[in-house]
Design a protein around this ligand. Sequence first.
Ligand code: FES
Ligand code: FE2
Length: 336
Amino acid sequence: MSSPVASLPADWYHREDMFLREREQIFRKHWSFVAPADLVDEPGRFVTAEIGGVSIVVCRDRNRTLRGFINLCRHRAAPLCSTHTGRIARFVCPYHAWCYALDGTLLQAPGFDPGMDMAQHGLIPVRVETWNHLVFACLATKGPALQDWLGDIVDIARNYPGVGQMEFETICSNQCPANWKNYSDNSAEGYHLSSVHGELDRSLVAGETRIRAHEHGQFIGFEVAYKDGSGPGYWICKFPGLLMHFSRNSINIEVIRPQTPVSIEMHRWFWFLPEVTKRDRRETIAFSSRVMEEDIGICARVQKNLETGCHETGILSPQREPGTIFFQSCVRNALS
Ligand code: FES
Ligand SMILES: [Fe+2]
């Protein structure tokens, strides 16, 4: 048996300076899931999203090239788009009506010298790429391409139906009064399954869950077998804030967005194969929501204790919590 590993210091779970560092050095450096690619399949269609506190907009331009920009007018920083999705011919700023083409070029700046260098004031680009009919964006101008960042996930996903074969069902949003690492520590281990998630635990074949940390893609993979014969499933907890659940007939993706040092938003997207009945879809989503409520409950209660100053650090079991150990090592490495 290997020795326990010290967990991250408790004050990292509520300090404002840590939150700002993590936002800058982790969330703004990694790729983030933005939206299903269907939402930007035509020129002019756009979606907005938030990455590390920064609002971005992704659209398809007139040449059908996918484009990403900071959602910010170069005049005096007003956000250009205020809805989650939409269709436009060009970006028109709601503040003083500066106008930009879908490729980000500044077209008009009313009242400014017509000789001004428009090329200096185009929208700030953001990297965008798609994988599995899903749009991702990254604020960092350098760093791995999307598929390198996903690493082994690309091969694992090939064992399951792709998003392109499925129907999008719905998106659910939740909030949790906990630091993002508290919630991810929980998502990265199966140790709490039998005590926190009785119903989920009973749905799995005992002894058939295999958990493995993958360096290539920085994620923890859970291979699971369902008792109802619905085939094997694969759950992914990807650093820093992406969860994916693949099964034989559905996929769901969850994005964890830190809002403050002590609160997060979670957004879940669900897809199903066309033959899955409405009733089964509703039950799958309701089940996922019950599991999430259980996690929100335990993380919120842990968070209160982490903030008391009564707990400096805990210990993690290499046998039962290898995923959490791996996840926390990713945090340490990113901040070192
Ligand atoms: S801030 Fe956009 S036009 Fe003024
Ligand atoms: Fe859980």
